[in-house]
Design a protein around this ligand. Structure first.
Ligand SMILES: Nc1ncnc2c1ncn2[C@@H]1O[C@H](COP(=O)(O)OP(=O)(O)O)[C@@H](O)[C@H]1O
Ligand SMILES: O=C(CO)[C@@H](O)[C@H](O)COP(=O)(O)O
Length: 481
């Protein structure tokens, strides 16, 4: 491998299942070294992870990157959104973090929405109607169910803030990740004191919101740190906002990300405020907006169905009239936190491969319903849908998205767009460039475009019909939730 042409930067993706780190050459975008280490997430009623494990995974991923990581001039961390990290006076976790896909705070989400002026108030004030994923509902759950833990909390952080702080020693966040808390007012771009007072959270416990392009700090002097002292640390952001940077996204370019979560989003210059709650009105990491819909059941749910059927994930068969709503973890889009998986239309001649195809269809249907909502009205309807995340590598996912969207689908060759976006942000603080322009210079979105096929309206209508007819069942809690 030839020597790097420019300075090196590190981009990190600390997502739900693992941490990935890339060392990237700023001049060319060439990935010089990579590393990856897994996390564990609790099963059962909640979804929790120990933040210290994210740090250990980061150190391990960087160790795998070798000497190149030590040579990096700047680093940035992208992380799974929304998770509630509670720290004591020594900066140690009070308890494991409550993750974005933990639906135990659904009652608090409903209650907060009602208590503070309803869905319209929340959408206009924070950009989003809080669902169980939002940090504010998790804090309300903690205060109600574990008041001693809430009292012991001396700092509240998001996952990417926690890792950034361990690098710099300073509590910081950015507008992209702050916009997923439910306590950040999108109109004024500041913490919302009324909402914070309502949930009994002292604003002094929150991190400073660093501006796009501003340096969050430098790597502090500590023997366990994998970087050289003085390495610049960029603000970092939530993983979806990082991927938007990593694609060099412009308004009108829709993205579907297929990972633990399914997400569908676009960049917009208009501040979103959807009172239906389908679209979250996130900020992006540059100064624009990132209207986004998110599902709780994506690659893990479909892989689980494949495992139950004893099939390889690619062993799908066409021609099904079966509907499978794969809501194994409850669901956020549509907002059905108590739901479980539902199967309708099973016949003697239904094959296992058709059942598997129905799981893919159900997962993709939930996301595509938000496509027109995340795009600006003047967006070109024939622009390709960018497909990213681990699932984008799968033929069955690609073909399902192609058939149900009716759009061309572009699959970027670059695999780790969240980590690349973080690297582009790190490059930005080093050179003063716009991170999205850095990513465009690196040509990160390049990849094959699959031609559009006629949209499968029949399947979309069948799934929508089952969803609507089964509403009372899907709202009913099952024993394990
Ligand atoms: N070739 C593939 N085909 C389909 N799915 C894949 C493939 N490779 C990985 N995946 C899926 O991608 C998921 C991980 O995606 P990723 O975007 O890394 O997740 P996250 O960021 O949520 O941790 C796994 O659940 C796995 O099922
Ligand atoms: O909650 C959301 C977005 O609102 C999720 O997209 C999380 O940010 C988790 O991301 P992955 O680990 O699936 O990438």
């Amino acid at each position: 491998m030839s020597a790097a042409e420019g300075p090196l930067v590190v981009g990190v993706d600390s997502s739900t299942q693992s941490t990935k780190a890339l060392v990237v050459d700023v001049a060319t975008g060439r990935v010089v070294a990579t590393g990856q280490a897994p996390h564990t997430v609790s099963s059962g009623a909640g979804r929790e992870s120990d933040p210290r494990q994210w740090w250990d995974a980061l150190c391990e991923a960087l160790r795998q990157c070798g000497e190149a990581a030590h040579e990096a001039a700047a680093v940035s961390v992208g992380g799974q959104q929304h998770g509630l990290v509670t720290l004591d006076e020594r900066g140690e976790p009070v308890r494991p973090a409550l993750l974005w896909n933990d639906v135990r705070s659904a009652p608090q989400a409903r209650r907060l929405t009602e208590e503070l002026g309803g869905a319209k108030f929340w959408a206009e004030r924070t950009g989003s109607v809080p669902a169980a994923s939002f940090t504010v509902t998790k804090w309300a759950w903690l205060a109600e169910h574990e008041p001693e833990a809430a009292r012991a909390t001396k700092a509240v952080r998001l996952p990417h803030d926690y890792l950034t702080e361990r690098l710099t020693g300073q509590g910081t966040t950015d507008r992209g990740d702050a916009s997923g808390t439910g306590w950040w007012a999108s109109g004024t771009e500041s913490y919302d004191e009324e909402i914070l007072a309502h949930v009994g959270l002292d604003p002094a416990l929150l991190p400073r919101v660093v501006r796009p392009g501003e340096v969050a700090g430098t790597v502090r002097d500590s023997h366990d740190l994998p970087f050289s002292k003085g390495t610049l640390v960029a603000p970092g952001t939530g993983d979806n906002a990082a991927a938007a940077l990593g694609l060099g996204l412009r308004p009108g370019m829709p993205v579907m990300s297929l990972g633990t979560s399914g997400t569908l989003y676009a960049v917009s210059q208009r501040r979103p405020a959807d009172p239906s709650g389908t679209v979250a009105g996130f900020a992006d990491a540059r100064g624009d907006w990132l209207p986004l819909a998110c599902t709780l059941n994506c690659t893990l749910a479909v892989d689980r169905v494949a495992a139950l059927l004893g099939l390889d994930r690619e062993a799908v068969e066409p021609g099904t009239a079966v509907t499978l709503l794969p809501y194994l973890d409850g669901e956020r889009t549509p907002n059905l936190p108590n739901a479980s998986g539902l199967l309708h239309g099973l016949r003697h001649d239904t094959t296992a491969g058709q059942l598997l195809q129905a799981a893919y269809d159900g997962a993709v249907h939930s996301l595509l319903g938000a496509l027109d909502l995340v795009l600006d009205q003047d967006a070109d309807p024939s622009a390709p849908l960018l497909l990213i995340g681990g699932g984008a590598r799968g033929e069955a996912w690609q073909q399902t998205v192609l058939r149900l969207s009716g759009r061309p689908v572009q699959v970027p060759k670059a695999k780790e767009l969240v980590a690349l976006g973080a690297a582009a942000q790190a490059a930005g603080v080093l050179t003063g460039e716009d991170p999205a322009a850095v990513a465009r210079r690196w040509n990160t979105a390049a990849g094959p475009v699959l031609d559009a096929v006629e949209r499968d309206e029949e399947t979309l209508a069948r799934i929508a019909g089952v969803l609507s007819d089964a509403a009372p069942l899907l709202e009913r809690p099952t024993d394990t939730h």
